[in-house]
Design a binder for this molecule. Structure first.
Ligand SMILES: [Zn+2]
Length: 132
């Protein structure tokens, strides 16, 4: 038995599919290709040694970063949809407790209960410094 009520499951499914469509649309309009995992960034094709090249490298790095964020989000959404369909949604991945429906409605891709999420964020802040 899925821990979520049928109406909540349906609502979440609707939102996740909508979010995925929106995201795909955004990615498509930016990169010109939705099928490719790697974003097609023209600047990478002509990395020269000119000052011009350095500038477009910076720009492409920023675009790459955005695309990474979006493909990670897309992955999160895919996972959340899979869990909804398999009945595993609404269960904390760390401690196995039920995630409150209100929390899922606020953030459909959420995978952890509040306590575990807070713990994870604490770990990330202390254990892993900024990568730049
Ligand atoms: Zn938990």
């Amino acid at each position: 038995m899925p821990p979520l009520s049928h109406s909540v499951t349906e609502e979440l499914s609707k939102r996740l599919h909508q979010a995925r469509d929106d995201l795909l649309e955004t990615l498509r309009s930016r990169t010109g290709s939705a099928d490719d995992d790697a974003p097609a960034i023209g600047a990478l094709a002509h990395q020269g040694q000119s000052d011009d090249g350095a500038q477009s490298e910076m720009l492409s790095h920023n675009e790459q970063h955005l695309a990474d964020h979006e493909s990670a989000l897309l992955h999160e959404i895919g996972v959340a949809i899979g869990k909804l369909e398999s009945g595993g949604a609404g269960i904390c991945e760390t401690c196995g407790c039920d995630i409150p429906e209100a929390r899922l409605m606020a953030t459909p891709t959420v995978r952890l209960c509040i306590a575990c999420q807070e713990q994870l964020e604490k770990d990330q802040h202390t254990g892993r410094g900024p990568s730049m």
